[in-house]
Design a protein around this ligand. Structure first.
Ligand SMILES: Nc1ncnc2c1ncn2[C@@H]1O[C@H](COP(=O)(O)OP(=O)(O)OP(=O)(O)O)[C@@H](O)[C@H]1O
Length: 968
């Protein structure tokens, strides 16, 4: 069917978008035309699905279909849920990676200018837009670095070509690493076959590098015909590159060196030679000034550079000789030199970028293995008028990728498809393939020509996919001794062998290497040829991709004139052919959209069926069948030996939908289990902690008690009953108990001591203890050795007329109702009038009485209430001065007297204090040399002075001071 006569495009659009892909594929030819017409004629609808492949047609104009609204529209959706878009594919790759924790890759292919690089950038921008929802700073930085790395790669790796104003001259494969949350944390770039630049730079920079702003002045740039490009703004691009270099931490000196290298390469292209010896055909550099500029940029001596550009050192017959170049050799060396420098510079840039985007260095806390999305932006199949070594390499690469594509896509049912393994073998087989024959030709010493290489291929290659004029004499399209043809999966391609050997050898004379390394380098190891290097890297790439779940973007170029409105049917048909879409349609149509091992399917979907959730213990196939039955999809599946096959995308979509519905419940369920598990573990830990603590406490207590038992074992037999034992510091937990134990021990000790004292003496002992406690050692002699009797006036030891005293005391007791006499004694007293008199003092539990002994102990006044006592003052010496402070400001100033001249002040202190304590009060007792008192409400001072031993104590007045004269 011809393009243009095809069915209504609306209808096809509906078919495409509503998942009726099977219908669309009824006729392969229709499908091909359909897709293209659809994408061309529907305004701005540049994407179409064939199976799971996204076909993208370059719109050659800005289309507003990549903004946030579109991102939101496609985010988290299944691929068939929304109209075809590259976002859907990017989301599918991302989702697959996240859901299944599987590495995925997106293979973007198409011919130069079809939009591969744009597609890869759109994919990266989409991934950047849907990740890092939590806004982690480090992840944002990684995303910025990943996107900006493109700017640098494009600046140095892209060039304007006839087919594309900004053509990538290298194939690029970029791995983007993700952490377990699905946030990008770094990446890695590999580049493939770089083909071996000015107005954005500021004037001063150009001057430094001796460059002109006019690109036409440079031989290398002139080659393309039209160096200026209206679609490219060099100024802003230069700024963008410098900005990107800053983001990627390129040191200033590195950036400078890169520009210098670019300048050197440009200067090198302008190097011209003049014949200096017609006979030997030797040359010299034409322009010494240019040579000097170039030498300066390369940091080498002009003479050395001149020598390396016009001659080389070779070993001939065991001798080292200098061989001058012919003119063509000189130009070859110049170009090889320029290519090698540029190639090494580009490799350095890629290595540097890789260092910066290395996930381990990104600072995002990357540990262990995350998942990866690989994005491959690789040149598509190339068929030109003249095809050479580069086209063979590129087409071989496409054969390899196509093989991977078909192998991964094929279903278990038998499908007729073109297996391009035979072509891959034809090119890459060791010893027998084209590249091996080419390497062998390059190895030969002596002059091996491209024609000889063609002859060797003619003799050795035994494939019907290869032909040349010698094998097909009737084919006039092939030139004798020059052309050969390969039947690629995409069609026949004729290659010219001219330049194959040189290009494969890719010779860079040692002299030039030596010049730049600035030292003699000797290597006997032959470097790998360009073809082998390329083959190795492509084999490694295909192996790498084979471990990932693939997604495909096939880019189609609608015309060769970069027009948004021109649709070149022949060109497009051709591309559809060699993009492998035809095979894909065939495979998809005959096969199934999805296949998975039973175990994997069961793991993924067991949650949507009651019989299989949470665990299915029977046979895996039975489990899978139960799931399919529960959803009613029996008619759309086939059961293989180890895999289940699903025919239509709707079924898969419904399964996914059902799964998505259950996932939140499962998550809650898992959270419940997990939290429960965590809580149980914590509880177990706490129980263990408490048990250990309890045991440890017990152990500490035990050991402390054991140590106490040891210490106090002999306490009964000790003189002080263990008073002198130093208690060890108890553990915190026993502090309270030990305090109690101290008390118990003290009581026991007291009991042991008191046991020896007769019971009636206990009150006296208590009085003495109180006195000791109150005096605190302030009074040297307080009479504790003596027996304390308290009521001395009732004792005949002190009193001759005890009967009178007892009679009076009983009378007072009867009238004043006191219970006991605490203390009684003869006293010498003084008063506010400084009059002294001998009296008796009786201190009872209610009143203090002053009695006159000479008048049968007549009470001089009414007793002073004991409640009026506010304190007691004594001296630290042996005198018997005692001042009982009273509330009314008229203190009792007395000196105790007894016939035996015993010390009794201590007993007075003990008796009064003990009485106060029994009534829960504390009697303030002052011990001082000079006693303050109040007499008749006047403050007075009392001093004790010695007097002769034979007299009694007397008070006297010395000025305002009262003095007790105390007989020594
Ligand atoms: N989706 C798109 N929207 C708008 N313009 C696009 C789109 N895709 C491609 N283009 C235009 O086409 C040009 C060529 O695209 P691109 O450089 O991506 O092609 P390519 O396939 O990578 O080419 P090469 O293999 O030469 O590098 C772009 O510079 C851009 O102007």
């Amino acid at each position: 069917m011809q393009i243009g006569t095809l069915c209504n495009s609306m209808q096809i659009g509906i078919l495409c978008n509503s998942m009726q892909i099977g219908t669309l594929c009824n006729s392969i030819q229709i499908a091909i035309d359909c897709i293209l017409i659809y994408s061309r004629y529907e305004k701005n609808r540049i994407y179409t699905y064939i199976g799971e492949v996204v076909v993208s047609v370059n719109p050659y104009k800005t289309v507003d279909i990549y903004n946030q609204t579109y991102v939101d529209h496609y985010k988290g959706r299944e691929i068939y849920e929304r109209p075809p878009h590259i976002f859907a594919l990017a989301d599918s790759a991302y989702k697959t990676m996240k859901r299944k924790s599987r590495d995925t890759c997106i293979v973007i292919s198409g011919e130069s200018g079809s939009g591969k690089t744009e597609a890869s950038k759109i994919i990266m921008r989409y991934i950047s837009a849907v990740t890092n929802v939590s806004g982690r700073k480090e992840v944002e930085r990684v995303k910025d670095v990943l996107i900006k790395s493109n700017v640098i790669l494009e600046a140095f790796g892209n060039a304007k070509t006839n087919r594309n104003d900004n053509s990538s001259r290298f194939g690029k494969y970029m791995d983007i690493n993700f952490d377990f949350k699905g946030d990008p944390i770094g990446g890695h770039i590999n580049n493939y076959l770089l083909e071996k630049l000015l107005s954005g730079s500021p004037d001063q920079k150009l001057e430094e590098m001796k460059l002109s702003r006019n690109p036409d002045e440079y031989h290398f740039i002139r080659q393309g015909g039209s160096p200026k490009c209206s679609t490219i703004n060099d100024q802003s691009d230069y700024k963008a590159v410098m900005g990107a270099m800053k983001t990627l931490n390129f040191a200033f000196k590195h950036a400078e060196t890169l520009w210098k290298i670019v300048a050197a390469v440009l200067h090198m292209g302008n190097m011209e030679y003049d014949t200096v010896d017609e006979v030997h055909d030797t040359v010299g550099v034409r322009d010494a000034h240019s040579l000097k500029n170039l030498a300066g940029l390369l940091s080498v001596g002009p003479e050395d550079l001149k020598k390396a550009l016009t001659s080389r050192v070779i070993a001939a017959g065991g001798n080292i000789v200098n061989k001058e170049f012919t003119k063509s050799e000189a130009f070859y060396a110049r170009d090889a030199f320029a290519k090698a420098i540029y190639d090494r510079m580009f490799s350095w840039i890629v290595t540097r970028i890789n260092e910066v985007i290395d996930p381990k260095e990104s600072g995002t806390g990357y540990i262990g293995k995350g998942t990866v999305i690989g994005v491959l932006d690789i040149y598509g199949f190339e068929i030109f008028e003249n095809n050479s070594f580069e086209q063979l390499c590129i087409n071989y690469c496409n054969e390899k990728l196509q093989q991977l594509f078909i192998e991964l896509g094929i279903a278990w049912v038998h499908v007729e498809y073109f297996n391009n393994k035979i072509i891959c073998d034809l090119i890459e087989q060791p010893h027998k393939g084209i590249l091996a024959i080419l390497d062998e030709a390059c190895l030969n010493v002596g002059k091996v020509t491209d024609e000889m290489f063609l002859t060797a291929m003619t003799q050795k290659l035994k494939s019907d996919r290869f032909t040349c004029r010698a094998l097909s004499p009737a084919d006039k399209t092939l030139e004798h001794n020059r052309d050969f043809r390969i039947r690629h999966y995409a069609g026949d391609v004729s290659y010219s062998v001219v330049g194959f050997i040189d290009k494969n050898k890719d010779t860079l004379f040692q002299d030039l290497k030596r010049l730049l390394y600035n030292r003699y380098i000797h290597t006997t190891k032959r470097p790998l040829t360009a073809g082998t290097n390329f083959k190795n890297s492509i084999v490694a790439l295909v192996d790498h991709l084979a471990t990932k779940e693939p997604h495909y973007v096939r880019c189609v170029k609608p015309n060769d004139i970069k027009s948004p409105s021109n649709f070149d049917e022949v060109r497009v048909k051709h591309q559809v052919m060699y993009l492998g879409l035809l095979e894909n349609v065939r495979v998809r149509r005959a096969g199934f959209v999805y296949r998975a091992k039973y175990s994997r399917f069961l793991d993924r979907y067991k949650l949507i069926c009651k019989s299989t959730w949470p665990n299915f213990h029977g046979n895996q196939v039975d489990g899978v069948k139960l799931i399919i039955k529960s959803q009613g999809f029996e008619k759309d599946v086939a059961y293989g030996k180890s895999k289940i096959f699903i025919r239509s995308p709707q079924t898969l979509f419904s399964l996914e939908e059902a799964r998505d519905k259950y996932i939140p419940y499962i998550i809650v369920f898992l959270q419940k289990l997990w939290r429960g598990g965590l809580a149980r573990r914590k509880a177990r830990q706490m129980r263990a902690i408490y048990l250990i603590m309890a045991k440890f406490k017990r152990y500490k207590m035990r050991s402390y008690i054991v140590s106490l038992v040891q210490l106090f074992r002999n306490v009964r037999n000790m003189r002080d009953y263990g008073k002198s034992i130093k208690w060890p510091n108890p553990p915190q937990v026993l502090a309270g108990l030990v305090l109690q134990l101290h008390k118990v021990h003290n009581r026991w000790r007291a009991n042991m001591i008191l046991k020896k004292v007769p019971r009636p003496e206990w009150p006296m002992l208590q009085t003495k203890c109180t006195a000791q406690d109150v005096l605190k050692g302030q009074r040297a002699d307080w009479g504790y050795r003596r027996k304390w009797e308290g009521n001395y006036l009732a004792s005949s030891k002190d009193n001759n007329s005890t009967v009178d005293f007892v009679t009076k005391a009983n009378a007072l007791k009867a009238s004043d109702h006191f219970s006991e006499i605490l203390f009684s004694s003869y006293i010498k007293k003084t008063n506010k009038h400084n009059q002294t008199a001998d009296r008796a003092i009786v201190i009872t539990d209610k009143f203090i009485y002053k009695l006159d002994p000479k008048k049968k102990y007549k009470s001089l006044r009414h007793g002073i209430s004991i409640g009026d006592v506010t304190g007691l003052s004594i001296t630290p010496d042996a005198d018997q001065l005692s001042v009982i402070h009273l509330k009314d400001g008229n203190d009792l100033v007395v000196c105790l007297q007894n016939p035996s001249r015993e010390e009794r002040v201590g007993e007075l202190v003990g008796s009064l204090s003990r009485f106060f304590r029994r009534n829960h009060k504390e009697l303030p007792v002052t011990v001082a040399k000079q006693i303050k008192c109040s007499l008749g409400s006047k403050a007075r001072q009392i001093l004790v002075k010695p007097s002769p031993a034979n007299g009694g104590p007397t008070f006297r007045k010395e000025g305002n001071i009262l003095v007790l004269m105390w007989p020594q």
